[in-house]
Design a protein around this ligand. Structure first.
Ligand SMILES: Cc1ncc(COP(=O)(O)O)c(C=O)c1O
Length: 393
């Protein structure tokens, strides 16, 4: 029997209290705080028939290694910290001019005009606004399953029908099946690339061809939250398609490679008509503070910090991959700052044991298997993770 997890229940279970937030941060602190959440008969968060998430009740523990929200352990960059301090005195004024300057820098780098850009306090804000506006009169949404649920959850709450399409065997998007799932009522295709929670990348050539063809019928929203962390021939942004005039939306965040998750800033690139449609209901940039704009401007130009993050993230991944393989685990190759691998243990017991060792990770049940998703922290944190998992296995 499915139950609803409303705010009162969440408080009872501790999900909204501090430890709970650490274990399910996107849920407990996210935009859905007041929205009902479905639980399945085993008390797992129900995302789709293929994808559920375990959570554990609060324990007052100070985590030694917080590896549960795909944050950047090295941020914010020194350049951004300085920018916050230097700009805070101007906080009595709206930051329109500063925003205009940041948008100008993004436009220049991404080869679009300022009219192609919508800013948001984090990319979650843009995912949600697009869902809200695009689906306020119904329609359906096509995406992979599993995938990142922010946009989908809001779309469903305002009345959209979600058409989940299972990933391929190598966990990339099944673009053929997604194209077949589109019908005359489809208002948006959501593609998370690389995809959270699986970490896989969809081949760039296939995705580009899909976007060019399918965006003639329906807008394609590409969430590239982790793209800047990826290596290899498929680590290719789809932003040139926006420049070329295709009805493609590319969403980016300052939370990952730029280490500013708590400073809340992100942007999307889209055709000006699409930006106008979303802006006709809700303004993107108004939720961003002056200090975050200054921090973002500094971080955006801080190539050294971004490169260091990318290299250290890769080192951490290589270390964790080797250790997990030596223990007999089989992680999905990751293009992101997290890694997911099947575990034998029941998810809730696993989370609890890891938490007892001071390690915060996430546990899912995907296609009837239990999985651990671990974010990359510093090398010291990853050693704590490895020793914790060794000791509980
Ligand atoms: C795929 C994806 N998109 C968007 C976000 C939201 O990030 P933010 O709102 O911090 O920009 C996340 C956060 O983890 C994510 O994993």
């Amino acid at each position: 029997m499915k139950q609803s997890l409303n705010r009162r229940n969440m408080l009872k279970t501790g999900l909204l209290s501090l430890g709970g937030m650490a274990l399910a941060p996107h849920i407990a602190k996210g935009a859905f705080e007041n929205a009902p959440f479905k639980l399945d008969s085993q008390n797992r968060l129900f995302y789709s028939p293929l994808n559920r998430e375990y959570f554990v009740d609060t324990k007052e523990v100070e985590l030694l290694a917080k590896l549960n929200a795909n944050e950047n352990p090295y941020g914010p960059p020194e350049s951004a910290k300085k920018a916050v301090i230097d700009s805070v005195a101007g906080g009595n004024r709206y930051a329109w001019r500063e925003m205009y300057e940041l948008v100008g820098k993004i436009a220049e780098k991404e080869n679009v005009t300022p009219k192609h850009i919508m800013m948001g306090p984090g990319s979650s804000d843009l995912l949600e606004k697009v869902a809200l506006v695009r689906f306020m009169n119904g329609g359906n949404l096509v995406s992979a399953d599993p995938t990142y649920m922010s946009l989908i959850r809001v779309a469903e709450r305002v009345g959209a029908t979600w058409k989940p399409v299972p990933c391929t065997e190598d966990w990339s998007h099944n673009l053929d099946a997604m194209e077949k799932a589109i019908d005359s009522d489809t208002k948006l295709v959501y593609i998370c690339n690389p995809n959270n929670p699986v970490g896989a990348m969809t081949p760039a050539k296939d995705l580009e061809a899909f976007c060019k063809r399918v965006s003639k019928k329906v807008p394609i929203f590409i969430d590239e939250a982790y793209m800047e962390l990826a290596y290899g021939p498929d680590a290719v942004t789809m932003s040139p398609l926006v420049t070329e005039g295709h009805n493609v939306i590319v969403c980016r965040t300052f939370s990952k490679i730029m280490g500013m998750a708590g400073l809340r800033i992100g942007f999307m690139l889209a055709q000006p008509e699409f930006v106008d449609e979303i802006s006709s209901v809700t303004r993107g940039g108004m939720g961003i503070s002056l200090t975050s704009i200054h921090a973002a401007t500094a971080a955006y130009g801080d190539q050294e910090f971004q490169e260091t993050t990318k290299v250290k993230n890769d080192e951490a991944k290589k270390y964790v991959l080797a250790e997990l393989k030596a223990m007999g685990y089989d992680p999905i190759p990751s293009y992101t700052n997290f890694m997911i691998f099947p575990i034998e243990m029941e998810g809730k017991a696993f989370l609890s044991k890891m938490q007892d060792k001071g390690v915060g990770v996430r546990a899912f049940n995907i296609m009837d298997k239990n999985w651990c998703r671990v974010s990359m922290g510093t090398m010291d944190e990853m050693k704590i993770f490895v020793s914790a998992i060794k000791s509980i296995s």
